[in-house]
Design a protein around this ligand. Structure first.
Ligand SMILES: CC(C)(COP(=O)(O)OP(=O)(O)OC[C@H]1O[C@@H](n2cnc3c(N)ncnc32)[C@H](O)[C@@H]1OP(=O)(O)O)[C@@H](O)C(=O)NCCC(=O)NCCS
Length: 157
């Protein structure tokens, strides 16, 4: 539609909580944003996240189009942030900052005091972003193991 792109660029982003219908859009956005894919980037895993922790997936929208995401998960003890991603055409206009502000508001309201953001060294924009907000780089190694998926395991084995 003529002029829609420029209107979109000048409209402010609105941050809201995702619903299950947003899951496929979020997965596509992560691919389009160049976020590192992991074994939990699938519809079933994201739906389980929303069942267990409704409100954990935040969506930034401009004129109804999804342009950014952030997972702010609360496990009852600490908050963990994953999948901060903004579409390339919408970067450097404060959308990640707005997502982070809403994520912190949500976690604080749940009683969370300590928050970790998982950031890959291989994501240079992410390192630039997190270096410019009030998060401290913490000297710690991360050990990761992928468990068998109980939802797809062959129960006859
Ligand atoms: C990292 C990312 C989410 C930032 O989104 P964004 O909406 O552009 O970020 P903001 O506009 O809120 O940036 C806030 C500040 O962070 C810093 N920053 C963000 N991106 C930067 C970049 N590419 N280079 C240098 N500084 C950057 C700047 O200080 C910026 O403020 P400024 O624009 O006034 O200078 C986005 O680049 C992205 O999706 N990257 C690919 C996926 C990814 O790496 N995700 C992170 C996983 S944790």
């Amino acid at each position: 539609m003529p002029g829609s792109a420029s209107r979109r660029r000048s409209s402010p982003a609105v941050v809201r909580t995702a619903v299950p219908a947003d899951v496929t859009t979020a997965l596509q956005l992560w691919a389009d944003a160049g976020a590192h894919s992991t074994s939990t980037d699938d519809v079933g895993s994201l739906r389980r996240l929303l069942e267990r922790d409704p409100g954990a997936l935040l969506i930034a929208e401009i004129d109804g189009d999804v342009v950014g995401t952030l997972i702010a998960a609360w496990d009852g003890w600490r908050g963990n942030m994953y999948r901060l991603a903004v579409l390339p055409d919408f970067r450097r206009r404060g959308i990640a900052t707005a997502l982070l502000a809403e994520a912190e508001r949500r976690l604080r309201s749940l009683g969370c005091q300590r928050v970790t953001a998982l950031v890959a060294d291989a994501d240079p924009h992410a390192v630039d972003f997190w270096s410019n907000v009030d998060y401290e780089r913490y000297p710690m190694k991360r050990y990761v193991h992928t468990l068998d998926d109980p939802h797809t395991r062959d129960e006859t084995r």
